[in-house]
Design a protein around this ligand. Structure first.
Ligand code: PLP
Length: 402
């Protein structure tokens, strides 16, 4: 174990009790409030990553905390052999925010599980022989074998071959390439409205509109993976709404419950009907404790008009970052932004190293490509917090200049 791991895990000796799946954690956080986190040594950090686009309302949000605490004292779990009082209201709220006609919701526990369910519903709906799914290079759809196969990052596939078959990947934002990839066994396509893990790459609205048209012509299901983009993050409730299209299936997770593990899929009625009892299931999914958090989170996101807050803060961040000499451009939508650094800004460093330097000054963000930082801050930032983060980034980026 490295000294760093020993610090993070609070253990000494040679053997870490936790698998080394995530590398050496650079901090161990013990407390959060709003956009701020405190580590074990009491150092304050400004959280511009939100646990990977999850805690949009900030940490320890009073309404969400109260809902979870109250539910924990009443009822936490009964399984899907029974209903609970949160399922229908949360499903209705999701359908209302998706606003794409009549549809139904199936709860899951994570993003990968939501996509797994979506990929299974394509097979069930389209039938044998039309199980193929097209996705884009640089996409990220999860870590289960099916969702890994859908993920358009071949280097992530290699250690786990052979993967489930039927997946093919196409160049992002290229409609001709998409159309050329379609063979009779393709039954669906899965796309992120803004590729998150792949570098914060927004879909052109014309691309999504073109994909929708081709899906209609050929009877393909269009799945929008809104796991990172959903619930206001891009300045719309769901990212696809910027393109004015209607999806067949939407998958969601991260922002839905402010940190409680919840995922879900929405499908328009006809597609939703493809799943009948016995087709799919999960012991925990939709359990009352998790959904109490989702219910409180969605209500609060609506109360603060999260999409509008995202646009307001995006504007302030762009005004602060775009003029910096070390910044090539800022891409993304709302509060899912990629800050692409030029050579001067990088100054021989990777974006990951720059993110680490920001962390050491108390600002949490991450390097999403070797040359781009990702910002996914909460909707509740104050002007002072935005200014503080811009100051830290400005000085860390400026250190790269010769
Ligand atoms: C995070 C993410 C996933 C996977 O979600 P998990 O909850 O980590 O399984 C899938 N798709 C997208 C777009 C994501 O950002």
């Amino acid at each position: 174990m490295t000294a760093e791991q020993a610090t993070a895990w609070g253990a000494d000796g040679a053997h870490s009790p936790v698998m080394n799946n995530y590398g050496s954690p650079p901090r161990l956080f013990v407390k959060g409030s709003g956009a701020e986190l405190w580590d074990r040594q009491g150092a304050r950090h400004l959280d511009f990553l939100c646990g990977l686009a999850v805690t949009g309302l900030g940490h320890a949000h009073p309404e969400v905390t109260e809902a979870i605490a109250a539910q924990a004292g009443i009822l936490t779990h009964t399984s899907n052999l029974f209903a609970n009082e949160h399922q229908a209201p949360v499903a209705e709220a999701i359908s209302r925010l998706i606003d794409a006609g009549p549809g139904q919701v199936l709860f899951q526990n994570s993003g990968a599980e939501a996509n797994e369910a979506a990929l299974k519903i394509v097979r069930k709906y389209q039938g044998r022989g039309r199980h193929g799914v097209v996705s884009a290079y640089r996409s990220f759809h999860g870590r289960t074998l099916m969702t890994l196969a859908a993920t358009g990052q071949p280097e992530k596939h290699e250690p786990f071959q052979p993967l489930p078959e039927g997946f093919r990947h196409v160049i992002w934002n290229d409609l001709d390439e998409f159309e050329k990839s379609l063979t009779p066994e393709v039954g669906g396509v899965i796309l992120e409205p803004v590729q998150g893990e792949g570098g914060v790459n927004p879909a052109d609205p014309e691309y999504l509109q073109g994909v929708r048209r081709i899906c209609d012509e050929r009877g393909l299901l269009l799945i929008l993976d809104e796991i990172q983009t959903g619930f206001g993050r891009t300045g719309h409730w769901f990212g696809f709404q910027a393109a004015g299209i209607t999806p067949d299936v939407v998958t969601m997770a991260k922002g839905i419950a402010n940190g409680m593990p919840v995922g879900a899929i929405w499908a328009r009625d006809e597609v939703a009907g493809a799943f009948v009892p016995g087709d799919h299931g999960s012991t925990y999914a939709g359990q009352p404790l998790a959904l109490s958090a989702a219910r409180a989170t969605i209500a609060e996101l609506e109360a603060i008009d999260a999409p509008r807050a995202a646009i307001t803060i995006e504007t302030a961040l762009r005004e602060g970052l775009e003029p910096l000499p070390g910044v090539d451009h800022v891409r993304g939508r709302g509060l899912l932004l990629g800050v692409e650094l030029n050579e001067a800004g990088l100054g021989g460093r990777t974006a990951g190293e720059i993110a680490r330097a920001c962390l050491d000054r108390g600002l949490i963000l991450n390097g999403v490509t070797p040359s781009a930082l990702r910002l996914a801050p909460p909707f509740i930032l104050t002007d002072a917090q935005v200014a503080e983060a811009i100051d830290i980034m400005t000085s860390v980026i400026a250190e790269g200049a010769p």
